[in-house]
Write a protein that binds this ligand. Structure first.
Ligand code: APR
Length: 311
């Protein structure tokens, strides 16, 4: 029997995630949304691509969580997206309610699932899903680091004129203005980036990666990025469903790792069939550690706002 993956939210991110996973052919997909007809229509359209693509997986759309029962993985993309001028944090209260409601249903119908949260503000929404489901932290993971790192790697590969595959980097921290690209360990086929790019070239690239989401929002005007985010989600799902044990940056609930306790933040994790199988502690420079702490403080502020509203 194939694995079962539910994608909640049939908008830009959710539908593209569903498409990427359906085309992989290793799982049946259920696409859920509150809008009637939307997930059904998109799912049927994707299903009808199966004969051309050669995938025998099933994909169905629904407005009812009963159809999602016993999913192995649930990707939560439900919520509103940014418009120009908005920060991810401006979405907090609306998406807190939406993600909270979704998480309740996921806990009820798929109590053994691994949840990947995509809705923004990412770190706070992952926390919300963890609080509501009461799942162990290994099974509630936020998608951000792979995306932020992919943006950084894209711009670096253009600057050094080398394949994106040979540019290795990590972006850690919260999924916001304070994210932390680890410049010192960034390398191209093992050569430190500092040997290839002068600081005055590197610094604008770091900043462009930080502002990567806003750059897309500014261009699209009516929504936010979804092609790169959905690719990042699919890499996480691959690692879980195929038990690949990839080590990738994701938002994880830290319990003392990196000196941070009781908070979601982007760090390298090993992803396998059990979800987060290990949190990898890489050595950070003094500056990088200070930047990570600064980023953690920004996430803490949001969590405080959320918990004050909740009480
Ligand atoms: N349950 C299920 N689906 C919902 C719910 C809910 N309670 N509330 C809203 N939705 C659906 C909407 O009907 C819409 O189809 O979520 C979908 C969101 O789609 P888009 O507006 O296209 O937003 P998208 O670009 O997909 O972004 C979704 O991911 O990257 C983040 O910041 C982004 O928080 C945003 C989320």
């Amino acid at each position: 029997m194939r694995k079962k993956i539910t994608v909640v939210g049939a908008g830009n991110v959710g539908a593209t995630v569903a498409q990427r996973l359906f085309e992989r052919g290793y799982a049946d997909i259920v696409l859920v949304d509150i809008v009637e007809g939307l997930p059904q229509g998109k799912a049927l359209d994707m299903l009808e691509s199966g004969p051309v693509l050669g995938t025998d997986s099933k994909i169905t759309g629904t407005n009812s969580y009963e159809d999602t029962a016993n999913s192995d993985v649930v990707v939560i993309t439900a919520g509103i997206a940014r418009k120009p001028g908005m920060s991810r944090d401006d979405l907090l209260f609306t998406n807190m309610d939406i993600v909270g409601g979704v998480a309740e249903q996921v806990a009820r119908y798929s109590p053994e699932s691994i949840i990947i949260v995509v809705s923004n503000p990412l770190d706070a929404m992952a926390q919300q899903a963890l609080d509501i489901t009461k799942f162990p932290r290994e099974r509630v993971i936020g998608m951000a680091g792979i995306l932020d790192t992919a943006r950084f790697r894209t711009f670096l590969s253009e600057a050094v004129n080398a394949s994106v595959e040979d540019v290795q980097a990590y972006v850690l921290g919260g999924h916001g203005d304070t994210m932390v690209p680890l410049v010192q360990s960034t390398n191209v086929a093992g050569i430190p980036i500092s040997k290839l790019l002068a600081p005055d070239v590197l610094e604008p690239i770091v900043q462009r990666a930080r502002d990567g989401g806003a750059e897309i929002v500014g261009l699209l005007k009516t929504g936010s990025a979804f092609y790169a985010p959905s690719a990042a989600v699919a890499q996480m799902v691959d690692s879980i469903i195929l038990d690949k044990k990839r080590i990738v940056p994701c938002a994880a609930y830290l319990k003392g790792e990196y000196g941070i306790d009781g908070l979601y933040i982007g760090v390298p994790v090993k992803l396998g069939a059990k979800g987060i199988e290990e949190i990898i502690e890489v050595e950070l420079s003094t500056d990088e550690k200070a930047n990570l702490d600064n980023s953690a403080a920004a996430v803490t502020e949001l969590i405080d706002v959320m918990s004050k509203r909740g009480s």
